[in-house]
Design a protein around this ligand. Structure first.
Ligand SMILES: C[S@@+](CC[C@H](N)C(=O)[O-])C[C@H]1O[C@@H](n2cnc3c(N)ncnc32)[C@H](O)[C@@H]1O
Length: 353
């Protein structure tokens, strides 16, 4: 399996109050005393990028007529520095395997805090926005007449229809009420090579699950699936103060670099994603139980007996690769199979992940 590449950012140590090592991993920076803290704490942090992305004013919501709807997860970015940082991280993610950034999809552009910056940096013709709120669409059409905006529910879009010449690079300050469903839809899009990267905000706790390691409390379905499907990076923490209205929780900016379908096939070793899904969800439904108990019914249905080696373990002890091996031991392998178009997105939001 591919090892996750180590991301190294160089920083100017004398602009910080503490002297730092020039070193960071997945958003954590280490001080001279060896203590780790989030790069968000360093106001001078700049991700390495060949494109200059500077802060500029964020859009104002039209007064009186435009009240944010909680039901649509509308927490608008109001801090220009955070917008610039998000777009810099997006640029890093999107340009990791390709020299130019094209076929950008923004999920939930809202009033255009990120959109305006993306149009400024890349031009409107490379961007396609998906938004459900008619009011936002009107605002964006006035500002960017040539911008392609689709009025749709982001959960209904077919990413493979949108990826015309190359895989899409996705960005979004996501509506948090459907984060997991959006993420699982992106995983399905990776089956057909429709998405190469996604740089998305989410509730801090959900972000922690995406990068969690086995034997930790955050480790669960999201960790297993996304660490199998992508190289996952937590870029930085985002405080509630940079949004209007302020959410009750901290947020995280997560970068996902999806593996290509051929690499994904290699990683799945002939295991069908739909079977992997059954095993992972069944095991984590009872995360305190041993696999002997939690997978008993599933194994009976399949007429197999779990080997003792698996039977004594609990789901949180298994690495994502172990889950592939476990699924293989129950369901066997399939040669040259389609990975599937709607496998993970069927998972309900708020399920035990
Ligand atoms: C957290 S706000 C982000 C707005 C803007 N990008 C920003 O950062 O200020 C989420 C956006 O997603 C939109 N949205 C919510 N549910 C959606 C759905 N099911 N499909 C498409 N857009 C949706 C909301 O209307 C809102 O504009």
């Amino acid at each position: 399996f591919l090892e996750r590449p180590l991301t190294t950012h160089f920083r100017n140590s004398n602009i910080s109050t503490k002297r730092r090592f020039n070193f960071a991993i997945d958003g954590w920076v280490q001080d001279q005393d060896g203590e780790w803290e989030w790069e968000e704490d360093d106001p001078n942090y700049q991700a390495s990028t060949s494109v200059v992305i500077q802060a500029s004013a964020t859009p104002q919501l039209p007064s009186g007529t435009y009240r944010p709807k909680q039901s649509l997860g509308q927490n608008y970015l109001k801090d220009p520095n955070t917008v610039a940082k998000i777009v810099r991280a997006f640029h890093q993610d999107a340009s990791r395997y390709q020299p130019t950034v094209e076929e950008i999809v923004e999920l939930g552009p809202g009033a255009g805090a990120l959109t305006d910056k993306l149009v400024e940096v890349y031009g409107a013709s490379r961007l396609h926005c998906i938004e459900i709120d008619e009011r936002s669409i009107q605002l964006l059409e006035q500002k960017h007449p040539t911008l392609k905006i689709t009025h749709a529910d982001v959960l209904q879009v077919d990413y493979s229809d949108m990826a015309i010449e190359r895989p899409l690079v996705v960005i979004g300050n996501l509506p948090y009420y459907i984060t997991s469903q959006i993420l699982f839809a992106l995983a399905d899009a990776a089956h057909v090579g429709a998405v190469s990267s996604a740089t998305v905000t989410m509730q801090w706790e959900v972000g922690q699950r995406m990068v969690a390691k086995p034997k930790t409390k955050d480790y669960g379905i999201l960790s297993v699936v996304f660490q199998l499907y992508a190289d996952v990076v937590c870029h930085f923490k985002i405080p509630p103060t940079v949004f209007y209205p302020k959410p009750a929780v901290d947020s995280a900016l997560i970068g996902l670099h999806f593996y290509s379908p051929s690499l994904l096939r290699e990683r799945l070793q002939g295991v069908a994603p739909v079977q992997l899904r059954r095993v992972v969800t069944t095991a984590f439904q009872q995360r305190r139980k041993t696999l002997r108990n939690s997978l008993k019914k599933l194994c009976q249905q399949e007429g197999v007996e779990l080997s003792e080696e698996w039977a004594v373990q609990r789901p949180e002890e298994l690495t994502p690769e172990d889950f592939v091996a476990l699924t293989k031991s129950i369901f066997g392998t399939q040669s040259e199979m389609q990975l599937g178009k709607k496998v993970w997105r069927k998972l309900k939001h708020g399920s035990n992940n």
